[in-house]
Design a protein around this ligand. Structure first.
Ligand code: M7G
Length: 183
């Protein structure tokens, strides 16, 4: 018998395609709701560090699309960790895998309800990993989630991580939106 997860999750893949809109370029890879099916999927797909630049993976609770426009994301935001170029080789795959395990293991305790999903962006200018939450006004929940991320991903104290509201990201290019919270 397989070990059930609290939630069912969907993995998405994004690849730039000039013939499609950004939204249409988000493709469902697979959904799973057991530990065994998570590992079967994880072991089957490329590591994030092996993706072409411009690609993303996203893991969201089933039914939530990995985009600002989804009704469960639009009032929320994301904790974002910006990696330097050389950290693709040393940190990216570990951060992403650990983040996936935090999500599917509901590691944020009572704030796990706040979590919508997680995204890894593979970019020439520096990769990003982030956790998306549903309510950018929920300061207490957001700060606890940020603390857990910092501890569980072992983010050194000299690296600040910031939380950006999606409404700010929508009007700013890339990851230049201002931080609402930091830990
Ligand atoms: P990004 O991929 O988050 O970061 O955003 P990057 O700048 O490091 O590549 C790049 C662009 O993708 C944005 O400026 C938007 O045009 C588009 N984009 C990103 N996200 C997360 C969304 C989204 O949720 N919805 C829509 N419609 N476009 C998005």
């Amino acid at each position: 018998i397989k070990h059930p997860l609290q939630n069912e999750w969907t993995m998405w893949f994004f690849k730039q395609d000039s013939t499609r809109s950004w939204e249409e370029s988000q493709i469902v890879v697979a959904s799973f709701d057991t530990v065994e099916d998570f590992w079967a999927l994880y072991n089957h797909i490329e590591l994030a560090s092996k993706l072409k630049t411009g690609c993303d993976y996203s893991l969201f609770k089933k039914g939530i699309k990995p985009m600002w426009e989804d009704t469960r994301n639009c009032a929320g935001g994301r904790w974002i960790i910006n990696l330097s170029k050389n950290q693709r080789a040393t940190e990216l795959d570990n951060f992403w895998m650990e983040m996936l395990l935090l999500l599917i293991g509901e590691a944020f305790d009572q704030d796990s309800e706040e979590v919508c999903g997680a995204v890894v962006n593979v970019r020439a200018k520096g990769d990003k990993v982030g956790v998306w939450t549903r309510d950018a006004q929920n300061a207490a929940g957001i700060l606890k989630i940020g603390d857990t991320l910092r501890r569980r991903l072992n983010i050194p104290h000299n690296i600040q991580i910031g939380y950006q509201a999606h409404t700010d990201s929508m009007v700013k290019a890339g990851s230049t939106a201002k931080n609402r919270y930091t830990v």
